[in-house]
Design a protein around this ligand. Structure first.
Ligand code: ZN
Length: 168
């Protein structure tokens, strides 16, 4: 084999093992579900991770620290709302940290997190839970392959983990 070793660049599909540590605590890692697979340059993963990956080869590892600007953004202190408890259907588990899928008047979906449950109101946080946080990643590139034309067209990687029935 004398072909040039493929490195991470736009329109490659990267298979990545990672551990995410925030404020000294491991909050996510690919160990349980196996490595993640994504289309580099498509925004499937945060900008800071993409930036660190450019030029890496298969088998290479790195420790990186991603600032909020290239992670989940700064926290917006205004992005909280008090919603009467009575407006929540009983099947919704109102516990701190629970993620809710909501729909606005235009039908657009957005996410919120339960920040606090009081006697009569629930305080929702519309920030991403990692907004404003410095993210420490330990990453290992497991595999790199060129993306297919279909993946580039869709803007995401297709793998056996990835199911979508709304586009094809
Ligand atoms: Zn697709």
């Amino acid at each position: 084999m004398n072909e040039t070793k493929l490195t991470v660049q736009d329109d490659t599909v990267v298979t990545l093992d990672y551990t995410l540590t925030v404020e000294g605590e491991v909050i996510d890692h690919s160990g349980e579900n196996g490595p993640i697979e994504f289309l580099q340059g498509s925004g499937q993963v945060i900008q800071g991770l993409e930036n660190a990956l450019y030029g890496m080869a298969s088998g290479e590892s790195k420790q990186i620290v991603v600032q909020p600007a290239e992670g989940y953004g700064d926290e917006d202190v205004e992005a909280y709302a008090e919603i009467p408890l009575s407006e929540f259907p009983p099947e919704i588990p109102l516990e701190i940290g629970v993620q809710l899928q909501l729909r606005d008047e235009d039908g657009d979906e957005f996410e919120a997190y339960v920040e606090e449950v009081q006697e009569k109101v629930v305080i929702l946080n519309f920030n991403h839970p990692l907004a404003g946080k410095e993210l420490s990643f330990s990453i290992t590139v497991v595999d790199i392959r060129p993306a297919t034309a279909e993946e580039i067209d869709h803007g995401h990687a297709h793998s056996h983990h990835h199911h979508h029935d709304d586009e094809e």
